[in-house]
Design a protein around this ligand. Structure first.
Ligand SMILES: [Zn+2]
Length: 350
């Protein structure tokens, strides 16, 4: 079976050279599919990528039906507001309304349309204390929510099952998804499939927001994708990108067992530095970046234990003390810029 896997050799997508060091040879550890793939680092620009990699035709083999981003999701994931049955939920909703209005400029008219009942009005002094605490919390946990654009148009590149688009639609955005196939079945969100170029998007500068949630690392030509995003984005628009980052303590600790190598689905393995270089080449500048408390420690730990044949009887995901520890560890690592997922906001430079 192995010999039948069709591979291709590619040059560096960032600098165009073919001058690399082999970091390690990886396998598909998520689905245990056949094949071995080099993970190489360009000696000229530092970009890390999968090479050789499966051909375009071969790639479908590595995205089976049970690949999790294509599965259905819990409707609750798309909610911004809390359950109005509890008093604490109503307090949180009132704070979220104030934040969305005063910091994200969502109009009162839109807020009034939200079906979140009547919230308790907070005294002025208490409101100020809550707001001070809540702004940072909101920025950390709801960083995917963009400021209001008024009839704003968003394109989610690699929209998968579409939960982000469904959330944004609820937030008053005009949404379009793009993916290799239409996996969005739960709503009437429009999804464009096929090529990410003029054949599907003939007009320039049509979106106020383009988002790429863990999709850029899956693309065959990330620089071309970013250049296309540059063409499609309006002058003052935002490009939101979230990708795994490979320059941090988690990656260094787990090495080959790091969950987010995810070869051969991840064809590119960015660091903040290489992502910045590629964005600059596509005509963008990063206006904001952050390391997320979310991370791949649990998945990496499972790979590590499996490789050392330390099979645990218990399911680590059900181990509450471990999960609690990793939650705080994730926040600590993000604070010292050593978490393994980064989020960047970029805008057009020219
Ligand atoms: Zn290079």
């Amino acid at each position: 079976m192995h010999s039948q896997i069709m591979l291709e050799h590619v040059d560096c997508a960032l600098c165009g050279e073919d001058n690399t060091d082999l970091l390690f040879v990886g396998r598909d550890r998520l689905h245990n599919k056949e094949g071995e793939f080099g993970v190489v680092k360009c000696k000229d620009c530092g970009l890390i990528y999968t090479n050789p990699r499966p051909t375009r035709e071969q790639m479908a083999y590595y995205y089976p039906q049970d690949y999790s981003p294509y599965q259905s999701f819990h409707e609750g994931y798309t909610e911004i507001f809390n359950n109005i049955k509890s008093f604490s939920g109503r307090i949180k909703n009132e704070i979220k309304k104030i934040l969305l209005k005063e910091y994200y400029h969502y109009p009162q008219q839109w807020l009034d349309c939200q079906n979140i009942g009547k919230n308790p009005k907070l005294p002025h002094w208490l409101k100020n204390i809550f707001l001070h605490l809540a702004v940072n919390y909101f920025k950390t946990h709801y960083y995917k929510i963009p400021p209001w654009k008024g009839e704003g148009k968003c394109l989610d590149f690699g929209c998968g099952k579409g939960e982000y688009l469904i959330t944004l639609k609820k937030m008053g955005w005009n949404v379009t998804g793009f993916d290799i196939s239409d996996y969005v079945r739960e709503s009437d969100v429009s999804v464009i499939t096929g090529k990410f170029d003029k054949s599907n998007f003939p007009k320039d500068e049509i979106f106020d927001l383009i988002t790429m949630w863990h999709s850029l690392e899956h693309t065959r030509h990330p620089l071309l994708v970013l250049k296309e995003a540059h063409r499609l984005l309006r002058k003052e628009g935002w490009l939101y990108i979230e990708v795994p980052d490979n320059q941090n303590l988690i990656n260094r600790f787990f090495r080959e067992d790091w969950f987010a190598w995810d070869v051969p689905r991840h064809l590119y393995h960015f660091s903040l530095a290489t992502l910045k270089k590629m964005l600059r080449k596509a005509g963008f500048r990063i206006t904001f970046s952050k390391y997320l408390p979310l991370n791949y420690i649990m998945g990496s730990l499972v790979y590590f234990l499996k490789r050392h044949k330390l099979f645990l009887k218990c399911d680590l995901n059900k181990n509450s003390p471990l999960k609690m520890f990793l939650y705080y560890l994730g926040h600590f690592l993000a604070t010292i810029h050593n978490s393994d997922i980064i989020f960047v906001c970029a805008q057009k430079e020219k």
